[in-house]
Design a binder for this molecule. Structure first.
Ligand SMILES: Nc1ncnc2c1ncn2[C@@H]1O[C@H](COP(=O)(O)OP(=O)(O)OP(=O)(O)O)[C@@H](O)[C@H]1O
Ligand SMILES: [Mg+2]
Length: 313
């Protein structure tokens, strides 16, 4: 008698690109990382999760596919794989975003959870999530579901400020996911309220407070901190001083938020980016000798070897 064949458990590695501020290059970064994986002979699915303003197809230089995430969310497509299309870039598949900005406000937590659990069953070993701007719950949930959490920013003060806000909001969102178990809801609410009088201003303050008042919960929270591991990616660098911003963001995150981050790398500002966008051709294909290509390849290799992440110099 032959034994039933055991179905292999499908699993993949997910990279999410968030960052709070709009227009800093999240979609450009997502598509470029996906193209780098393709150049390295890997298979990848690029997913546009900028619900309501999906435009990742433009970065890839393709038309909106016939079926998109809208069809999956509205039940017209049964599986997420039904809305996956292959592109002309070898090994690169694409899921186009939910384009109906009128309906986007009605997307429920259950629908978001369904997308998140379906991402794990996509057939490619790598999945890249392009997130929308802001710190909305859906965006944070997609970010937290990823194995590699990349926070993109430019050297502009407003973008940096939003990157910190995104970092802090996603960390609190992560805590809220465990709050029932930990029973610290009121403390998290107080910590998130900038007018709070109890002196808890940051995740670090929250842990210090809990370690004194409820050591077991404080320890558990410390573990949550340790597993957070966001990565900082600086885009649109123009000077040597700009590069240093990544290092200072790493120290500020540790000192003021108590959040451990890694400085993943930086990408130059280059007019070739909008030139290629205007031509509707991805930069990494249209300008293969641009310095940006080498920078993205370095970042991709870094992400492929998370246990030996190299420091940016
Ligand atoms: N390294 C770069 N050099 C020059 N221009 C860049 C670079 N990266 C992005 N840009 C420009 O920034 C603009 C915004 O890029 P992109 O759409 O990827 O940002 P985004 O963060 O995804 O925006 P949104 O929040 O609206 O989704 C584009 O017009 C692109 O030309
Ligand atoms: Mg975008």
């Amino acid at each position: 008698m032959s034994l039933p064949t055991k179905m292999p458990q499908l699993s993949n590695t997910t990279w999410a690109i968030g960052g709070g501020k709009g227009g800093i290059g999240k979609s450009f970064i997502s598509s470029s990382l996906a193209i780098c994986l393709s150049k390295l002979g890997k298979q990848v699915t690029l997913v546009d999760l900028d619900l309501g303003s999906a435009n990742l197809h433009t970065c890839l230089g393709i038309k909106v596919p016939q079926q998109t995430l809208s069809d999956f969310l509205k039940g017209r497509a049964k599986e997420l794989t039904d809305v996956l299309v292959e592109t002309e870039i070898p090994g690169l598949s694409f899921i186009s975003g939910f384009n109906d900005s009128l309906d986007v406000t009605n997307i429920t937590k259950a629908q978001v959870d369904r997308v998140i659990s379906s991402l794990r069953s996509l057939p490619t070993p790598y999945v890249i999530l392009d997130l929308g701007a802001g710190t909305g719950d859906h965006t944070l949930d997609f970010f937290l579901a990823a194995d590699q959490k990349i926070i993109a920013t430019t050297p502009e003060p407003t973008a940096i400020e939003n990157a910190y806000r995104f970092m802090k909001a996603s960390f609190y969102r992560k805590l809220k996911q465990t709050e029932v178990e930990l029973g610290i809801q009121s403390l998290i609410e107080a910590a998130m309220d900038s007018r709070s009088q109890n002196g808890i201003r940051s995740p670090a303050d929250l842990i210090t407070h809990l370690k004194q008042t409820s050591p077991a919960i404080g320890e558990k929270l410390s573990d949550e901190f340790a597993s957070f591991h966001a990565q900082i990616l600086l885009n649109q660098i123009r000077t040597r001083q700009d590069i240093e911003i990544g290092h200072s963001m790493k120290s500020v995150s540790k000192k003021y938020f108590g959040i451990e981050t890694h400085y993943l790398g930086y990408v130059d500002h280059d007019n070739a980016v909008w030139q290629s966008l205007r031509k509707k051709r991805p930069l990494l294909i249209e300008f293969p000798y641009s310095s940006i290509v080498g920078q993205f390849l370095g970042i991709t290799k870094n992400l492929l070897n998370p246990h030996s992440l190299r420091a940016v110099v």
